[in-house]
Design a protein around this ligand. Sequence first.
Ligand code: ACO
Ligand code: AKG
Ligand code: ZN
Length: 384
Amino acid sequence: MSLTQFSIIDSTLREGEQFYGANFSSEDRLEIAQSLNNFGVEYIEVTSPCVSPQSRQDCQQIARLGLHSKILTHIRCNLEDAKIAVDTGVDGINLFFGTSSLLRQFGHGKSIPQILEIATEVITFIHEQSPATELRFSTEDSFRSELSDLLRVYLTIDSLGIIKRFGIADTVGIATPNQVFNLVQILRQSTDKDIEFHAHNDTGCAIANSYSALEAGATHIDTTVLGIGERNGITPLAGLIARLYTLDPETLSRKYHLHELLNLHQLVANRVGIPIPANHYIIGEASFCHKAGIHTQAILNNSKTYEAIDPDDFGLTRSFLLNHKLTGKHAIAYRAQQLGLNLDSSQIQSITQKIKTLADQQQLTPAHVDEILQSSFIQLTVNS
Ligand SMILES: CC(=O)SCCNC(=O)CCNC(=O)[C@H](O)C(C)(C)COP(=O)(O)OP(=O)(O)OC[C@H]1O[C@@H](n2cnc3c(N)ncnc32)[C@H](O)[C@@H]1OP(=O)(O)O
Ligand SMILES: O=C(O)CCC(=O)C(=O)O
Ligand SMILES: [Zn+2]
């Protein structure tokens, strides 16, 4: 698997708008598109222009920004939506049709032959109107669809010779990494077109499933900033970056402007009105914060001991928490040194024990630890 080859399709401005708290204004959409472009995602997927008049205008405006990222829109597979989408000037159109029996019966109500007939008409129409438009066709709810139906749909549509990319979607987030690997591998062996994978996170497998898809030959992965999306969302951008960075930091650092990751997340969190979870991948406040004494001691010798990701590559810094009972003498000695306090190892030992005892009784702050260190130092100096 070569990480130089794959592309990120960030769908914060489409799937992310389906998140329960999201309601992006035009200004939000433009700023987020710009920020995604600054980070360097290869594609930005925006809400269907058929959703509302403002969505249509915003889709057109984002398509005209001349960003380095290609702009895609996501529409239903029907001629009315296709006509509107073609007029927006986007680089590509993502079409989808549910192929599971549940969606065929209770969603759009079409049989597999009907899906194929409509898809053929819509794909041919878009291609005739706008041959340069990059077209993708996805089977929504792929993992609750019959394999024979999926293959029939993909192969029939492939034979039109128009589609650039096929999509596989784990719409309700039930697939396991093995299931994803197997399905992507089957599709990989059946077509030479690109393969996009879209993973919902209902069962917490979105990142692992996206990685499995890449291992099996997928070329494009859908993400959103903070993983926002319908229900509990999809593959979080920072989580996918973390997964891939540990395998090949150089390639990831070349492909993306990693220092922009935090700005992008702060912008989206602000516009959605949610905090960035402290333990979010890479950019969460806790991601490079070391607490337990054993960890801090080793990190002070070599940061690789307890860090798989170098915060420096993301323009971030590590920190140490000392104001708790899990601290150790090395952490306290490090702080004493930072404060310019010359204390020997037995003095550091006894201060460490004092901090632990106090932490058993009350909530300590970093300022408390500094006060204890400073007052102990003064007392020891006076007594000596
Ligand atoms: C899994 C996903 O996330 S898919 C993407 C979901 N995105 C969205 O839903 C975008 C936001 N949606 C909207 O603004 C509206 O639902 C619109 C504009 C798309 C459609 O609105 P309405 O015409 O009022 O229809 P409504 O949303 O009530 O029902 C969905 C319609 O789409 C049809 N449909 C569903 N999937 C598809 C599909 N893949 N291709 C074609 N038609 C479809 C349904 O059969 C239904 O058709 P009907 O009008 O003939 O009954
Ligand atoms: O078009 C796609 O591939 C994905 C659509 C979607 O959001 C989903 O199935 O969850
Ligand atoms: Zn989705």
